[in-house]
Design a protein around this ligand. Sequence first.
Ligand SMILES: Nc1nc2c(c(=O)[nH]1)N[C@H]1C(S)=C(S)[C@@H](COP(=O)(O)OP(=O)(O)OC[C@H]3O[C@@H](n4cnc5c(=O)[nH]c(N)nc54)[C@H](O)[C@@H]3O)O[C@H]1N2
Ligand SMILES: Nc1nc2c(c(=O)[nH]1)N[C@H]1C(S)=C(S)[C@@H](COP(=O)(O)OP(=O)(O)OC[C@H]3O[C@@H](n4cnc5c(=O)[nH]c(N)nc54)[C@H](O)[C@@H]3O)O[C@H]1N2
Ligand code: SF4
Ligand SMILES: [Mo]
Length: 761
Amino acid sequence: MWHDSGMPLTDQERTVFRTCPLCEATCGLEITVKGEKVLQIRGDRDDVFSKGFICPKGVMLKNLHEDPDRLRRPMILRNGEHIEVSWQEAWIEVERGLMGVINTHGRGSIGTYVGNPNAHNLAPLLYNRAWMQAIGSNQRFSASSVDQLPKQISSGYIFGTPTTIAIPDLDRTDYVLMLGANPYESNGSLCTAPDFPGRLQALRARGGKLVVVDPRRSRTAENADEWLAIRPSGDALFLAAIVHTIFESGRADVGDHVRSYIAGIELLPAAFQPFTPEGVAQATGIDALTIRRIARELCDAPTALVYGRIGTTTVSFGTTTSWLVDVVNTITGNLDKAGGVMFPLPATGGQNTRGEPGRGSGFRIGHSYSRVSNFPEAIGEFPAALMVQEIMVEGQGQIKAMITLAGNPVLSTPNGEAIDKAFESLEFMVSVDIYLNETTRHANVILPAPTHLERSHYDLIFSNFSVRNTANYSQAVFALGADQLDEWEILAKIAGIAQGAGADVDPTKVDEQIYESLLRKIIQDPTSTIYGRDLNQIQLQITETGNLGPERILDILVQTGPYGSAFGANENGITLQTLRNQPHGVDFGALQPRIPEVLRTPSGKVELAPKALIADLLRLEQVMHSFDVDELLLVGRRHLRSNNSWMHNIDALMKGKARCTLQMHPEDAARAGIVDNELARIVSRVGSVDAVVEVTQDIRPRVVSLPHGWGHGIAGTKMRIALKNAGVNSNILTDHDQMDPLSGNSVLNGIPVKIFALPQT
Ligand SMILES: Nc1nc2c(c(=O)[nH]1)N[C@H]1C(S)=C(S)[C@@H](COP(=O)(O)OP(=O)(O)OC[C@H]3O[C@@H](n4cnc5c(=O)[nH]c(N)nc54)[C@H](O)[C@@H]3O)O[C@H]1N2
Ligand SMILES: Nc1nc2c(c(=O)[nH]1)N[C@H]1C(S)=C(S)[C@@H](COP(=O)(O)OP(=O)(O)OC[C@H]3O[C@@H](n4cnc5c(=O)[nH]c(N)nc54)[C@H](O)[C@@H]3O)O[C@H]1N2
Ligand code: SF4
Ligand SMILES: [Mo]
């Protein structure tokens, strides 16, 4: 077994710099270590991007590493209980289970779910394709369809690839209209900006304006110039009315810098004719005068940008809202302009740096259709909300086994009780995780991933969505123990086993295949910087670096990326070694205009009026007048000291007031006879939970809010701290039948609920 240790095994105190892998802000950390112990973690003041910023979670990498409940050895489910076993036993069980199901039911009967931490982890990002291909099933699911999928789909239609997302140029803008995002708690998403709050304060300090659209007065709203308390799910109508107003007032102007690259704009005035500010006022809860004023302010500001996140994507018009964000940015002249929204140029390249610049095959969904409800695939997967039916409905292709990787769908996907039962019914399940939690307790085998400090790090994904172009590689802080496998080794072994190579398969053999096929592909690509070069000669260079595993692949991506050395062809270019030499990161500067080169649409233009989205405006028009103003609607929220469902086992983060409360406006509480701090029952179409009510003025009447990621007290888990602060699972209330039809993304906000007072105890 090979490990990228490379660190001294002495008891000397040493300082290591590494990027925090917990959220999208990618803060640099300065970690002081003595032997096997972390002495201190603080923000790295010399980090080129985060400049010392850190949040309370970053420090907790130490506590995560030391958590006695964290899994250190593989576990097998025997007689209803998880027991620790050797790796050898675990792999034999994985082979028995997986190959058994494959031999009886076929490869298509294996489902996979990959969760959010995959996006922050080099190993899965580089090896997931390999093991999934080896499994050979199209029953693929991920956290994407309870998150950002709508933004990816709308961006795919408009710009040509689903990772070509227009990113706020936060540091240079004069005006931010923010919808359904709360970076004061979340630290930002699809907008990698360490110290997002500080950057918003800087905007206001330089005379700019921040307007926050949110049914709750979030911490971000509190720190804004203006808070617009929108009705949940009202954002598509609100933005449609802004588009209407801008065209009506004759102020739509994409700007000379992109004018010849915008297609379809002539279709928009008629398409948005029905969405008058007066017409949407009641459905959005925002009056017509305000809508007209915001439209004017967006046009008047020297530079301005609209930014939407979770509250705009996890709704039934998620794709349409995501599109409208880009439409407003474009027709106000702020697309691909400093201070507007722009396209990062990541050092490892990406979908919009490969192939012919400025043109491509475009984006479409529906390469295949789901078995039970015939729903189109998007970006290689089906909606997470369909997992239950694909497991429970009998027939050819029914899922009989699941592999989950860094995911907790029992708490994170809609109708949590149904998914819990579905997992219970499986013939076999494997989970790769660090905890025995609500999801992994169903697994026949749990394979423990090393901790965040025991692996190297590079932000392959978030450098695509970053407000500056930077690159930062971090070495592992600690070497792996003798009985530990690196996460890439675990994934490569699953690939090998699925290929039929047996439980003893050597992961480095699989790694050789992956690396060689990648290198061949790049050499054969006429648009790559190493096109036509001699394979053997490049392989020699690679061997000389000594890189193996993820580092070897990463080096190839960096060397053949936009700033890369192209294996010697570009003298001033960078290699992984350049990044190793600069532990505080490399800054390539502010974002630069990239239109038209960034585009991959068949027309070579920004497709501002994609057919599917124009068509959806009919559905949008219908909801303009058909809604019940008295209905109570449930929305979620995040807290700075939580991270989705999985950091609740850290004592230091759990201090303070109980967090899993139902926020409710005093009017609504009075109407339902509910008292602050008492339990109430929340009932939706699919489920019911009891939560303590927090009566607050900071929420729009007829809206209630419960955070997700809680509900830990389930038997068979091992998270002793989380158990003490279990909370309730808000996704017992969310409805697996409610999806954005254009993407299959779950509707997790704006859930109709009823609230009942419970007898006081
Ligand atoms: N109602 C409602 N539901 C939501 C949301 C919402 O706003 N409201 N938000 C949605 C969003 S945005 C997301 S991204 C999803 C998240 O959905 P998931 O990704 O399914 O859930 P997480 O809570 O992130 O669970 C992560 C899992 O990975 C494990 N883990 C952590 N680090 C590692 C690692 O390094 N390696 C391995 N192998 N495992 C690791 C954790 O123990 C945990 O089991 O939830 C969604 N669900
Ligand atoms: N501390 C912490 N940080 C995190 C996470 C975490 O769990 N904890 N999760 C990470 C992940 S996976 C993600 S995807 C990001 C998400 O990052 P954000 O999108 O910033 O997430 P939230 O903080 O949930 O903010 C969403 C806001 O939308 C509002 N909202 C709900 N419904 C609507 C609506 O219909 N319209 C409008 N306009 N607003 C609405 C909610 O009240 C909430 O304030 O955060 C990441 N960072
Ligand atoms: S803001 Fe995010 S990246 Fe920065 S320290 Fe906190 S969790 Fe880590
Ligand atoms: Mo997310």
